[in-house]
Write a protein that binds this ligand. Structure first.
Ligand SMILES: [Fe+2]
Length: 314
């Protein structure tokens, strides 16, 4: 046995789910990250002090499952104070793109590499774990993350507290329409939730050391119980996910100038042409994205003024 296979996997799943259900269906996982120093409140507060402001989003945790994005109550504290006072702040916060910090990147990559090896691959790339990104969630007791979807695959690892994570299959588009998916990706992620959806949900009841696998664009909502909570989303984008995302974004831009589009998959030849054009343009403007001010301007041009909703007051 070599030193690689001797290391216990960071993430495990029962019933062979990592081979049987991954990447198409959600399943419960266990992980060994709950006591990792980088995921403690003091280290997360340090990270909040260093992150660019447009990579931190926070608001009151007292929101509805079906929350109107224009009526989200704010929290009048700076990001570092929110983390330090999370037990009483009544807040919900996400620190985005934590892989920009080398220590966090290492943690994300080591975790996914252990999954890759458990699935019989020798590298992240071989296993399809490309564009690895991390998101750390810190929330006060009794907080809600409204109904939404995310455009990546995700191992959601729960670090502290008690949390309920409810997820829905959306393959038949009965819960969220194609138009709503595009709007959620490009305008505001919150989706309309109806109580009639409830019987179709799968609820994961999470304590420290638990987690779940969240497949691409499966809608979900989350609530914390009576203690403050820390979780991390370990995400990646396969080649196919990046293709779908680029098409959704370009469709949204075309719709914005009065040219509504079919969702990805209905017109494969047009999809291919759109992808070539969109990628050429986004590659050309990439250097402009280095500054926060330019990122704001570009988001405003591409996605409309509401795309900068989380920078209100900054
Ligand atoms: Fe999410």
């Amino acid at each position: 046995m070599n030193s690689v296979t001797a290391v216990a996997p960071v993430i495990t799943a029962g019933n062979d789910a990592l081979k049987r259900d991954f990447p198409l269906k959600p399943f419960a996982i266990r992980h060994r990250l709950a006591s990792h120093p980088l995921l403690s409140l003091p280290r997360i507060a340090e990270l909040a002090a260093k992150l660019p402001r447009d990579l931190i989003e926070y608001n009151s945790g007292k929101v509805a499952i079906s929350q109107d994005p224009d009526a989200i109550p704010s929290v009048d504290l700076d990001p570092v104070e929110v983390v330090k006072r999370i037990e009483t702040a009544g807040a919900w916060m996400v620190l985005k793109r934590v892989e920009n910090s080398p220590e966090y990147r290492q943690l994300l990559e080591d975790t996914l590499l252990s999954v890759a090896r458990a699935r019989g691959f020798n590298s992240l790339l071989d296993a399809g774990f490309e564009q690895v990104e991390g998101f750390i969630f810190v929330s006060s007791p009794n907080s809600t993350t409204p109904f939404h979807l995310d455009s990546e695959d995700n191992f959601f690892v729960h670090i502290h507290g008690e949390k309920f994570f409810t997820i829905f299959d959306n393959n038949d588009r009965a819960i969220v329409s194609d138009d709503e998916i595009e709007r959620s990706m490009t305008k505001h992620r919150n989706l309309k939730y109806d109580e009639s959806f409830a019987p179709r949900g799968t609820e994961f009841h999470l304590f420290a050391g638990d987690g779940c696998y969240v497949p691409y664009q499966w809608p979900h909502w989350v609530r914390t119980a009576g203690s403050f909570s820390i979780s991390m989303a370990i995400t990646w984008k396969t080649r196919e996910v990046r293709r779908l995302n680029d098409l959704h974004f370009f469709n949204s831009m075309l719709r914005g100038v009065g040219l509504p589009q079919q969702p990805p998959g209905r017109q494969p030849v047009r999809d291919a042409l759109k992808l070539v054009f969109y990628r050429a343009v986004t590659t050309a403007i990439k250097p402009l994205r280095a500054s926060l001010a330019m990122r704001r301007v570009l988001r405003r041009i591409a996605l409309g003024k509401r795309a900068n909703y989380y920078l209100k007051g900054v």
